[in-house]
Design a protein around this ligand. Structure first.
Ligand code: MG
Length: 259
């Protein structure tokens, strides 16, 4: 394991699914680790690509699981997308997102016939030929594609499920367009969370189970990172890694021995 950098961290950007909880249960020692970091006065932000829920719903879920965290510490791709749409001069949108998440975007004008953007998030079983073909036509007519995140699959207690990134990739292939991605590993997403911390990049460590979103994002931002071997982690990802984590831990609770 590498030495701890000369600049000791002051904050952690911690992933939720696969890092703090997995298949609906807290990861071993994860609740105690969050409590420990708080007690040691580290600042905490929780960054998740989960797009089926608003930050308020995610907060409630984390409290129910037993985590002591605050709503304003949670940043998800849905929130990053709203910030982005607010900054756009024209932002009429066709949304392919969960109904509860759609209400989160209520200030954004909706247009299902000639939008400026097609916004794709967690749409579950409503991803079918008709909804995808409609989105395809809107994109061919000039709309831009926004992906809340590009994860290809996720795990629940019932098994594996296709994630919205699989459908975004399909639309990209058919239209030749490239989606603007709102969640990790996009720099925009990390920047929004970092702005709330007022720290230099060397003082912040990213923690997550997904090498393609958490660790790639940290590397792009030149931040240190910890890959945990829970959730989505697979050992062969470390053979020719797409990004190199600073530390690799068996689970998030080992963080207490590092810092
Ligand atoms: Mg994760």
């Amino acid at each position: 394991m590498p030495e701890i950098s000369p600049t000791l961290p002051k904050a952690f950007l911690i992933d939720l699914d696969g890092t703090l909880y997995f298949k609906g249960e807290p990861c071993p020692g994860a609740i105690e680790t969050v409590n420990y970091l708080r007690q040691e006065k580290y600042q905490l932000r929780f960054l998740t690509n989960t797009t089926a829920k608003t930050p308020k719903m995610l907060h409630k879920q984390m409290l129910t699981l037993g985590f002591d965290i605050y709503e304003d510490e949670i940043f998800n791709a849905t929130y990053a997308c709203l910030q982005y749409l607010r900054s756009q001069p024209k932002n009429r949108c066709h949304f392919m997102v969960d109904e509860a998440v759609k209400t989160f975007f209520k200030e954004v004008p909706m247009d299902n016939d000639a939008p400026d953007f097609v916004v794709v998030g967690d749409y579950g079983e409503r991803f079918d030929f008709h909804t995808l073909n409609h989105a395809f036509r809107l994109l061919m007519d000039g709309a831009e594609l926004i992906a809340l995140q590009k994860g290809l699959y996720w795990f629940s207690s019932e098994g594996m499920f296709l994630d919205c990134g699989a459908f975004v990739t399909l639309l990209e292939a058919a239209t030749g367009k490239t989606a603007k991605v709102m969640g990790k590993p996009s720099e925009t997403f990390f920047t929004i969370a970092l702005e709330s911390l007022q720290l230099s990049l060397s003082e912040v460590v990213v923690v997550g189970d997904d090498i393609t979103s958490d660790i790639v994002g940290a590397e792009r931002m030149k931040m240190q990172s910890i890959l945990v071997k829970t959730g989505k982690f697979k050992p062969d990802q470390l053979k020719n890694p797409v990004a190199k984590p600073t530390w690799v831990l068996d689970c998030v609770s080992e963080l207490r021995q590092l810092f």
